[in-house]
Design a binder for this molecule. Structure first.
Ligand SMILES: C[S@@+](CC[C@H](N)C(=O)[O-])C[C@H]1O[C@@H](n2cnc3c(N)ncnc32)[C@H](O)[C@@H]1O
Length: 624
C-alpha cells in the first residue's frame, strides 16, 4: 500500500501553512478591537458570537489566534452549537480537553438556567391546547391560516398568521410556512384554519393544502403535527380523523405525532399477495455517529420508503442468486438485495451514482484511519485561507454559500491532485463523502434544477465519511441500460426507469460536475453543463426502449417499478409509458402479476397529484 502523510502541508500543497505564519497574533490587533476590551467598554451586546466565545477560550494556539479559533468553532457547528460535545470540540486543532470542558460546561450552565425559566412555556400536547391559543379564530369573518411553531419539547415558540382570505393551494406556498420554521429552529408545526361558515368539516381544498404541507415538512425535516379546522359548530383535527380518535394527543406513548406518517399508512386499495410484512427488509446499518449512509440522500424516484413493500413481494414471487438493479439510482434497492442475494449487479449511467456504488459497494482496499484523518484535515480548512476556484466561481452564493463552495472546490481539487496517493476505493470514498456532505447543505429542494434566492447563505459545510456496505459479489456498471441488458444474465432483473420527462442528468448536474471534475462551461441560471446522459426513457420513445429492454434482458424474473402519474396536470410529470402498455409488454415475456400501493413520493416541485400509486409488476419469464 502507498504510504501517505496526513499533514496539512501535504494536502494543501504548502500554501495555507505559509499563509498561516503571517496570521495576526492577538497582540497585533488594536486594543479596542480585542474582544475583552470591547466587552468592557461597550458591553456583551456589542460582541459577535465568536467574540464572546473568544473570551471564553482565553487564548489561541501558534498560528491561529483566539478570534480565528472562535470563528472556526462557530462556523463549524452553526445552529448546532448548543449541542456541541467535548469530543466534537477536541476534533478541532487547538482545542484540548480543558478548553473543550470549559465551553461545554458554560453551555450546560446556561441551558440549565434557561430550562428552569422556560417552565412557564405554553406546552401544546393535544388539540385542546391548540384551540386554546387560537380561540379568537372561530369568530373571524374571513378565512385565516395560522401556524404554531413548536420546539422539541412541544413548547410554543411563535404563533403566526400565514394567510388571510380563501385557503387555496396556489395562495399558500410551503415557503411561507417553513421559512419562519427554519428561522425559529422549530422542531414541529401545527396549522389552524377557520371556517367562517360555521361548519368544521374539511373541504377538498383543505385536504390538498394539508397533503402538500405535510409532504413539504417531510422534505424539510420539520414535522407537521396536525392541521385543525375551527368553526362555530366545532373543530376538526386531520390527525385525529386519520388516527380515528376524538381525544387527540400529540405525544401519546412518547412519540411525536406526524401527519405524514399517517398519510403514508393509508390502506392500499387492494392487499398485496404477500400478506403481513413481518420482517424488516430495509438495510438498517449500525448507525455510526458522524457517518453518512447510503440512503441519506433525497433522490427523485428513490425507493427507500417502498423497500419493505418491494422486497416482501420479491421474496414471495422470485427465486435465485443474482439480482440486477439496472436503473439503480441511489442504490438502496441493491443494498437490501445484498442481504438476500449472493450476487448483485448495479448500473446507472450517471457519474455521481457510479462513484457512490464504487464507494459503498466496491471491493477495493481502503484504510479507515487514513480516510478519517484526511476528512478531519479537510474539516479544518478555513475559507478565508483560500482563493476562489471553479466551484465557488460558479456555485458560490447560489447552491452553497461563497465560503462553503470555496472549501468544496478546494477539497475536490485536493482529492484529484492526490489521487496517486489513494487506492481506487479511497478515491471514490472521499468523493462520495464530499457528495453526500454537499447534498445535505445545498440551498435547494433536493435537486439542482434551481436554487432558492436568498441574500445570505450559511457557511455550514462539514464533511462526514461514508459508511460502506458489506456485500458478497458485486458488479458495477455505468452504461445505458439497454446496452447493458444485451451483456448480462441475472435471476432477477429489477427495472426502475424514469417515469416522466425529467432528465436525471439535468436534475443532479451539480453532483455530476463535482464527481467528473472536468470543469465544463456551465450555462443558464441553474448553471448546467452541456447535456449528457439524456435518457430515452424520458422521451416519447420510452415505450419502444422498454419493450426492447424487456425483450433483450436475460433473467428468470422481471420486476418493474412504475407509478401512475400518467394523468398528472403537469406535462413534465406525466408518465411516458402507460401502465397498460407496461403490462402488455411484460405479458409477452411470461405470466405477470401487478401489485399496487398508495404512496406519497418525493417530487420536490410544485406538481400536485393527489392519487399517487406505486406499481410493481412481476413477470415470471416463460422458458427461462
Ligand atoms: C427511478 S430512478 C431509480 C431509483 C432507484 N431505484 C432508487 O431507489 O434510488 C431511475 C434511474 O435511472 C437512471 N437512468 C435513466 N435512464 C437511464 C439509462 N438509459 N441507462 C442507465 N440509467 C438510466 C437515472 O439516472 C436514475 O438514477
Amino acid at each position: 500500500m502507498v504510504s501517505y502523510k496526513y499533514k496539512n502541508s501535504f494536502i494543501f500543497g504548502g500554501k495555507v501553512l505559509i499563509f498561516k505564519e503571517y496570521m495576526a497574533k492577538i497582540k497585533d490587533i488594536p486594543k479596542i478591537d480585542r474582544p475583552r476590551e470591547r466587552f468592557l467598554q461597550k458591553g456583551p451586546d456589542a460582541l459577535s458570537k465568536s467574540d464572546l466565545l473568544a473570551i471564553l477560550l482565553g487564548s489561541g494556539i501558534k498560528g491561529k489566534n483566539v478570534q480565528k479559533l472562535a470563528q472556526q468553532i462557530i462556523k463549524r457547528f452553526g445552529k448546532n452549537f448548543l449541542n456541541i460535545t467535548v469530543d466534537d470540540l477536541q476534533d478541532i486543532s487547538g482545542i484540548g480537553q480543558a478548553k473543550a470542558l470549559q465551553i461545554v460546561s458554560a453551555i450546560s450552565l446556561v441551558k440549565r438556567f434557561h430550562e428552569e425559566s422556560a417552565a412557564i412555556d405554553i406546552i401544546i400536547k393535544n388539540s385542546k391546547d391548540v384551540l386554546s391559543v387560537v380561540y379568537d379564530l372561530q369568530d373571524k369573518k374571513k378565512e385565516y391560516l395560522v401556524c404554531l411553531y413548536l420546539n422539541a419539547r412541544n413548547a410554543l415558540i411563535k404563533k403566526e398568521i400565514i394567510s388571510v382570505g380563501l385557503l387555496d393551494k396556489s395562495l399558500v406556498h410551503p415557503r411561507e410556512i417553513f421559512h419562519p420554521a427554519i428561522e425559529l429552529n422549530s422542531a414541529s408545526i401545527i396549522l389552524v384554519h377557520n371556517h367562517p361558515t360555521g361548519d368544521p368539516n374539511p373541504s377538498e381544498k383543505d385536504r390538498i393544502v394539508v397533503e402538500r404541507i405535510a409532504q413539504a415538512g417531510e422534505i424539510m425535516g420539520i414535522s407537521v403535527t396536525d392541521f385543525l379546522i375551527t368553526a362555530k359548530n366545532g373543530s376538526h383535527s386531520f390527525y385525529g380523523s386519520l388516527k380515528n380518535v376524538t381525544d387527540v394527543d400529540y405525544v401519546a406513548e412518547g412519540v411525536q405525532a406526524r401527519l405524514f406518517d399517517l398519510m403514508e399508512l393509508e390502506r392500499p386499495s387492494y392487499e398485496i399477495a404477500a400478506e403481513t410484512i413481518k420482517e424488516n427488509y430495509f438495510y438498517i446499518p449500525q448507525t455510526k455517529e458522524n457517518h453518512v449512509q447510503l440512503h441519506n440522500r433525497r433522490y427523485i424516484g428513490g425507493k427507500s420508503k417502498l423497500i419493505d413493500w418491494i422486497f416482501s413481494i420479491i421474496k414471495e414471487e422470485c427465486k435465485g442468486d443474482c439480482f440486477a438493479d439496472v436503473f439503480a439510482g441511489t442504490g438502496v434497492v441493491s443494498a437490501v438485495a445484498a442481504k438476500h442475494f449472493k450476487k448483485i449487479i448495479l448500473n446507472d449511467f450517471l457519474h455521481s451514482n457510479y462513484v457512490i456504488y464504487q464507494a459503498f459497494f466496491g471491493k477495493g482496499e481502503w484504510d479507515k484511519n487514513k480516510i478519517d484523518s484526511i476528512i478531519k484535515d479537510f474539516n479544518n480548512i478555513s475559507a478565508e485561507d483560500l482563493d476562489d476556484n471553479y466551484f465557488s466561481d460558479n456555485f458560490g452564493g447560489k447552491y452553497f454559500s461563497k465560503n462553503s463552495s470555496k472549501i468544496i472546490g478546494f477539497i475536490r481539487e485536493s482529492i484529484e491532485k492526490n489521487k496517486k496517493n489513494l487506492t481506487g476505493r479511497e478515491y471514490f470514498m472521499l468523493i462520495a463523502s464530499l457528495l453526500y456532505s454537499i447534498d445535505k447543505i445545498a440551498n435547494t429542494v433536493g435537486h439542482y434544477d434551481a436554487y432558492f434566492k436568498k441574500d445570505q447563505l450559511s457557511d455550514d459545510f462539514f464533511m462526514r465519511p461514508i459508511d460502506p456496505i458489506e456485500t458478497q459479489e458485486v458488479f458495477i456498471f455505468q452504461e445505458d441500460t439497454n446496452a447493458l441488458a444485451k451483456k448480462i444474465k441475472a435471476d432477477i432483473a429489477y427495472i426502475d426507469p424514469p417515469y416522466n420527462s425529467r432528465q436525471y442528468s439535468r436534475f443532479y448536474h451539480v453532483l455530476e460536475t463535482l464527481t467528473k471534475w472536468n470543469k465544463p462551461e456551465l450555462y443558464g441560471v441553474a448553471l448546467k453543463p452541456a447535456p449528457e446522459n439524456m435518457s430515452d426513457y424520458c422521451t416519447t420513445s420510452a415505450k419502444d426502449k422498454f419493450a426492447e429492454l424487456v425483450n433483450d434482458i436475460d433473467a428468470r424474473y422481471l420486476v418493474v417499478s412504475y407509478n401512475n402519474t400518467y394523468d398528472s396536470k403537469s406535462s413534465s410529470s406525466k408518465n411516458k409509458i402507460t401502465l397498460q402498455e407496461i403490462e402488455k409488454i411484460l405479458k409477452l415475456k411470461g405470466k405477470t402479476k401487478v401489485f399496487e400501493k398508495k404512496h406519497k413520493h418525493f417530487n420536490a416541485g410544485n406538481t400536485n397529484f393527489d392519487n399517487h400509486k406505486e406499481y410493481l409488476f412481476v413477470t415470471k419469464v416463460s422458458h427461462a
